[in-house]
Design a protein around this ligand. Structure first.
Ligand code: NAD
Length: 283
C-alpha cells in the first residue's frame, strides 16, 4: 500500500509526544512528515500508532530533553528528513510530578536546548511553538532579573542567583519561574537565532487542560485547583483540542506577523487572580 507518493515533504518536529503536542501536530499534519521525540517509548508508540492509522507519515526518536546532545541529535534528525517548517516543544513536568531541580532542568534548561538547537535548523518561513503555562503569569520576575535572564546562555541559567535562591525553593516556584522564562526564551530567539533563519517562534500559556499531567495536578492539589477553575470566567478546564486550534493559528501563515510573544489561554484564570476574584494559596 502506498498512501502518499509525495517526496520532499515539509517536516514537523514534536518534542514531547504527550496529549497537547499530539493534538497540535494533528491540526497541521496532512501532507507533512512528522518526527516525534520523547523520553517515553510507550508515549511515542501510542501517538505514532494513532497517527499512522490516521494516514500520517510519522517517525519516532527517543529524546531526552534534559540532555543537550540528545536534543541536538533530534534537531539534526529533523533536518535530515527535509525542510523543518514546524517545531513544537511540549516536553515538561508539572509541580506535583517532580522536584524543583528537575522542573528547572526540564521546563527551563531543556526548553532552552531545544530553542537553541532548532534555531540552527529551521527552514525559512518556519515557525516554532513552546508550551509554557498560565503559571508563567503568577510570579512576576523583577525587570532587571528578566534582562539578566535574557542575556544568559542556556547552559548558565541554573547558575543565576535568582534561580538558586528563589526558583529552587519548591516545585511550585520552580514551575512558575521556568514557565515565565519560556516566554523570555521565545522572545530572545525571535530576535536573534530564529530571526536570522527567517523563522518565527512563540509560546502558548495554557490554563488547566485535561491531560494525564492535569490529572496528576488535580490529584495532588485537589480543592485549591478546583476553586481556581470554578472562579474563572469559563468555569471549566480546557482541552488539548482548544490549545491545538490556537497552536495551528500561531504556526500558520495567518500568524506571519506574530513572533516573540505569548498567548495566554486559561479560561480567565489569570484575569480572576488579577482582579481579586480568586486568591492563590500562599506558597
Ligand atoms: N495539562 C495542563 O493542565 C498544562 C497546563 C499548562 C501547561 N502545561 C504544559 O504543557 C506541556 C505538555 O503537557 P501535557 O499536559 O500535554 O502533558 P503530557 O504528560 O501529556 O506530555 C508531556 C510529555 O513530555 C514528555 N517528557 C517528559 N520528560 C521528558 C524528557 N526528559 N525528554 C523528552 N520528553 C519528556 C512525557 O513523556 C510526555 O509525553 C508541559 O510542558 C506542561 O508543563 C500543561
Amino acid at each position: 500500500m502506498i498512501f502518499d507518493r509525495n517526496e520532499n515533504k515539509q517536516v514537523i518536529a514534536l518534542l514531547g509526544a504527550g496529549s497537547m503536542g499530539a493534538a497540535i501536530v494533528r491540526r497541521i499534519a496532512p501532507g507533512k512528515k512528522i518526527l516525534l521525540g520523547d523520553i517515553s517509548e510507550k508515549n511515542l508508540e501510542k501517538v505514532a500508532h494513532d497517527f499512522q492509522y490516521s494516514g500520517y507519515d510519522v517517525e519516532t526518536m527517543i529524546v531526552n530533553a534534559l540532555e543537550k546532545d540528545s536534543v541536538e541529535a533530534f534537531a539534526n534528525k529533523a533536518a535530515s528528513l527535509g525542510d523543518v517548517m514546524y517545531f513544537i516543544d511540549t516536553a515538561g513536568a508539572s509541580p506535583n510530578q517532580a522536584a524543583p531541580e528537575h522542573i528547572l532542568n526540564l521546563d527551563m534548561v531543556g526548553t532552552g536546548y531545544a530553542v537553541d538547537a532548532f534555531g540552527k535548523v529551521m527552514a525559512k518561513g518556519g515557525a516554532g511553538l513552546l508550551i509554557s503555562s498560565q503559571t508563567g503569569y503568577m510570579y512576576p520576575i523583577p525587570y532587571e532579573v528578566e534582562n539578566e535572564i535574557l542575556n544568559t546562555p542556556t547552559e548558565k541559567l541554573m547558575d543565576l542567583p535568582f534561580i538558586k535562591e528563589v526558583a529552587m525553593q519548591n516545585s511550585g516556584f520552580a514551575y512558575m519561574i521556568a514557565k515565565r522564562i519560556n516566554h523570555l526564551q521565545a522572545m530572545r530567539a525571535a530576535a536573534t537565532s530564529w530571526k536570522e533563519r527567517r523563522a518565527r517562534i512563540n509560546t502558548i500559556s495554557p490554563g488547566v487542560i485535561v491531560t494525564p499531567l492535569a490529572y496528576d495536578e488535580f490529584a495532588a492539589a485537589g480543592e485549591g485547583y478546583q476553586q481556581m477553575v470554578d472562579a474563572s470566567a469559563a468555569e471549566r478546564c480546557g482541552t488539548s483540542d482548544e490549545i491545538a486550534d490556537a497552536g495551528a493559528f500561531l504556526l500558520g501563515e495567518h500568524a506571519g506577523f506574530i513572533t516573540g510573544t505569548d498567548l495566554l489561554i486559561d479560561g480567565g484564570v489569570i484575569a480572576s487572580i488579577r482582579t481579586g476574584n480568586y486568591q492563590l494559596p500562599v506558597q
